[in-house]
Design a protein around this ligand. Structure first.
Ligand SMILES: Nc1nc2c(c(=O)[nH]1)N[C@H]1C(S)=C(S)[C@@H](COP(=O)(O)O)O[C@H]1N2
Ligand SMILES: [Mo]
Length: 406
């Protein structure tokens, strides 16, 4: 007779973490059985999401928006993408939360409570564009492994917090400082407490910018748990992986930070472009810094239908990493010709910029509206897929919607 197989201990542990407490008779559960508490976990209720958000992965949770859900000027929680590398921390007591600043290039080690951070330093609010480095990955060929983001792994919320610079200066930065690295409270999928799901950072220059925040509020409320409650780093314009959620420690490093997902193909691309599918040597890979120029049509939805006698209103947002968007255009002839489209100034540096215009179509039939942004260096979005890279980062191809005119 074949022996019945029971759930492995490591899996039991991760299920317990998701449920938030020990599964007392877990060792009696058969392999492949999923506790009801997990079967029932409805991400839309759990995270307060719009029903049209798309779950790409539930272990860990990775959820993206559809273009039309990002129509608001300031992204609300309900349509903000969620990207996790590990397991969301449980049972956070914000009154006991501390932030430790340490590292080879910190003049001292210093620990702050949240209250100390809030009262000791001036608070600032900025709208900051956060785009996952892998947004658009699903279009790459050969396909790149990882969450198959389409267009919805981008957001621009209003973040309130204190400047990372003010806190680092309060601690004291040694002259040999080159990088900061964050450490956070989420758990590795293996539940091995010695492993971090992610620990990234940024060069001092980015860490010391006015807009780089240690944030405790998002859109005027405490940050939702899924977005980093009670404290997160926010570094707009760079791959959102730099913006560590649930952070408890920041290290001031005397070298490039070497935490989890700083090396290999993680958040790095070939320094020079390579042929699709090519093997790239480790020393030929460069860390992604400022994100490339990009735009998204958030109204109407692709598939819009309009009468020939009417004009079509379109609108959306554009952004350009550390830079500004200087020009916005649209095309209704697959990129053969481009028309100017007014674009607003950003609310502040590193916030996305809104565009809108009205389009008249020459005759009845099928059209596509393509949008193209150009940054302040004169660099425009590519019409189709940009350079291939092993992990499928930085797809900033023109967004397009289908329109039928009758
Ligand atoms: N601690 C921690 N911080 C993290 C991550 C994570 O998995 N753990 N994911 C990063 C990545 S890859 C992205 S794209 C953003 C996503 O932020 P959001 O979920 O608030 O939209 O968080 C970043 N910060
Ligand atoms: Mo990301």
């Amino acid at each position: 007779m074949k022996r019945r197989k029971f759930v492995k201990n490591t899996l039991l542990g991760s299920m317990a973490a998701l449920i938030g407490t020990e599964i007392v008779f877990g060792s009696s559960m058969l392999e492949g059985y999923e506790p009801l508490a997990l079967q029932d976990s409805d991400p839309f209720k759990m995270f307060g999401l719009d029903k049209e958000m798309v779950v790409l992965n539930d272990k860990p949770w990775n959820i993206e928006a559809k273009a039309h859900l990002l129509d608001d000027k300031i992204t609300p929680n309900k349509s903000m993408f969620i990207r996790n590398n590990g397991i969301i921390p449980e049972n956070i007591d914000s009154s006991k939360w501390t932030l430790t600043i340490e590292g080879e290039s910190a003049s001292q080690k210093k620990v702050y409570t949240l209250d100390e951070l809030k009262s000791k330093f001036k608070q600032h609010t900025y709208q900051l564009t956060l785009e996952c480095g892998g947004n658009g990955r699903s279009e790459f060929n050969p396909p790149a492994k990882g969450n198959q983001w389409t267009v919805g792994a981008v957001s621009c919320a209003a973040w309130t917090g204190v400047r990372l610079r003010d806190v680092l200066e309060d601690v004291g930065i040694k002259s040999n400082a080159v990088y900061i690295g964050y450490h956070a409270a989420d758990k590795h999928l293996s539940l091995d407490p010695k492993k971090e799901p992610i620990s990234r950072g940024a060069p001092m220059e980015k860490a010391l910018q006015d807009e780089t925040l240690l944030a405790f509020s998002m859109n005027g409320e405490p940050i939702p748990l899924s977005h980093g409650y009670p404290l997160r780093l926010v570094a707009g314009g760079w791959p959102a992986s730099v913006s560590g959620k649930w952070i408890h420690t920041i290290s001031i490093r005397d070298k490039e930070h070497d935490g989890t997902k700083m090396k290999g193909t993680a958040y790095r691309i070939p320094c020079e472009s390579v042929a699709p599918g090519a093997e790239v040597k480790d020393e030929d890979m460069c860390i992604i810094e400022s994100m490339p120029v990009k735009s998204l049509i958030t109204y109407p939805k692709s598939g819009a239908v309009i009468k020939k006698s009417k004009k079509l209103s379109i609108r959306g947002h554009s952004w350009a990493g550390e830079l500004e968007v200087k020009k916005m255009e649209y095309s209704i002839d697959f990129g053969a010709t481009w028309q100017n489209c007014p674009v607003e100034q950003p609310a502040n540096r590193l916030a996305w910029q809104h565009f809108s215009t009205e389009i008249t179509f020459p005759k009845k039939g099928y059209y596509e509206v393509w949008a193209r942004a150009t940054d302040s260096n004169g660099v425009a979005q590519p019409m189709l897929l940009p350079g291939w890279n092993p992990k499928g980062y930085l797809n900033n191809a023109c967004h397009r919607i289908a329109v039928k005119v009758y």
